[in-house]
Design a protein around this ligand. Structure first.
Ligand SMILES: C[S@@+](CC[C@H](N)C(=O)[O-])C[C@H]1O[C@@H](n2cnc3c(N)ncnc32)[C@H](O)[C@@H]1O
Length: 374
């Protein structure tokens, strides 16, 4: 007998097998680990508990990936099974600081500034099994890529500032915790002005207290609450903040639809000074497996290849032949670097762009979607 909220999907033999064998085995291993690990334990890398948690997590990822591949044609079923999978594993994943935050999203989406700080610092307030799960999540390819892209953007900023002369204006869109500005060098005799923009007021308070106050005299960083969607309107950006030599954004673009990105890129291109640089980071979907983020963490973003991203830029009026692409040390993150110079960015009037070319690209978005709307 089907329960009121239960769809027929849950009676499919493959679904019954997935939950009664694969998920049951994962739960058994988690329960066993929980019974053995002291609830106050601080995890030791490479100890027996760490290795066993890793192995259980990996085995579960393999099973989830296989289920998803088998049912590729039925996204609604995958979504339903993912939700039930998370419900069944909640008793253990709720003990993990990262797992719990990603699943409950207290700031509205998983990648908020506090999550980023935990991934950068590789420290967790959790203890016991939850802390071991956090350790395993911190070792996932995308966690390494998050740290890699922060170092890549820091390197880009220093090189760019050193290759230019005089005062500079920088705009950081969706700045989160602004960790790339920690231990920031002095650029003697120059004025580096940074507008750090985010729509999360708590992130801005963190920056004020932790980052802005530690900068050397040549750099002034001002946290500003502003919705990135408003950057589509370059007149408003220029009126509110002026124009910039460097505009960059790391960690936001993967959550936005093509249509939003096209508008934002066109607006930002128009907010640059002559020779200004626009750098946006994207994850390359061909370089990682999204399974643990989507199944275990409920953390979704648009899955784009390099070609998908270049198409977005083309539709925003950028000459992609002139763009420079740089990867972080993991190879997963690509920084797309464009310049406001002859033949690099064509002014387009989005209102006149045919709708089909504004949203013609279909990125492989995770089944739950993830875009942050204006
Ligand atoms: C993944 S974090 C990246 C933070 C930072 N750039 C970094 O790499 O550490 C994404 C940030 O985007 C911010 N954000 C999300 N939607 C936004 C919007 N519409 N406007 C401005 N900021 C936004 C969030 O508050 C969060 O701080």
């Amino acid at each position: 007998m089907i329960q009121p909220n239960e769809s027929t999907g849950s009676r499919l033999p493959s679904v019954i097998k997935f939950f009664s064998e694969d998920v049951a085995e994962f739960k058994r291993q988690l329960a066993q680990l929980e019974s053995e690990i002291d609830k106050d334990a601080i995890p030791q890398r490479n100890d027996d508990f760490h290795k066993r948690t890793q192995a259980a997590f990996q085995q579960s990822q393999d099973a989830c990936r296989e289920f998803e591949q088998t049912h590729e044609a039925n996204p609604d079923l995958i979504k339903e099974v993912q939700a039930r999978f998370r419900e069944e594993t909640m008793p253990w994943f709720s003990q993990s600081w990262i797992g719990n935050r990603a699943r409950t999203k207290p700031s509205g989406f998983a990648g908020d500034y506090e999550m980023l700080v935990k991934l950068y610092e590789e420290e967790t307030p959790a203890r016991g099994l939850g802390a071991y799960i956090d350790l395993c999540i911190s070792e996932l390819p995308l966690a390494n890529a998050v740290r890699g892209r922060k170092d890549l953007v820091r390197e880009f900023l220093e090189n760019e500032i050193n290759s230019r002369e005089g005062d500079l204006r920088i705009l950081d869109i969706a700045c989160g915790p602004c960790r790339e500005f920690l231990d920031w060098p002095e650029f003697a005799g120059r004025n580096i002005e940074v507008i750090a923009m985010d729509n999360d007021p708590v992130a801005l308070e963190y920056i004020e207290a932790t980052v802005a106050s530690q900068l050397p005299p040549s750099t002034k960083l001002t946290p500003v609450r502003y919705n990135a969607m408003r950057a589509r309107n370059s007149e408003a950006t220029k009126k509110n903040f002026g124009t910039f030599d460097i505009i960059y954004s790391v960690g936001l673009a993967d959550y936005l639809t093509d249509e939003h990105l096209i508008g934002i890129f066109a607006g930002l291109g128009d907010s640059l000074n002559e020779n200004g640089a626009l750098v946006i980071a994207f994850k390359d979907t061909d370089r990682y497996d999204e399974t643990p983020y989507q199944w275990h963490l409920d953390w979704f973003f648009y899955q784009r290849t390099v070609e998908d991203v270049l198409n977005v830029y083309e539709n925003a009026g950028f000459n992609t032949q002139k763009m420079k692409l740089t990867r972080d040390r993991t190879g997963i993150i690509v920084n797309y670097d464009s310049r406001r110079a002859d033949d690099c960015i064509r002014r387009i009037d989005l209102a006149e762009t045919p709708r089909s070319s504004r949203s013609g690209i279909k990125p492989r978005i995770g089944k739950n979607g993830a875009a942050i709307e204006s």
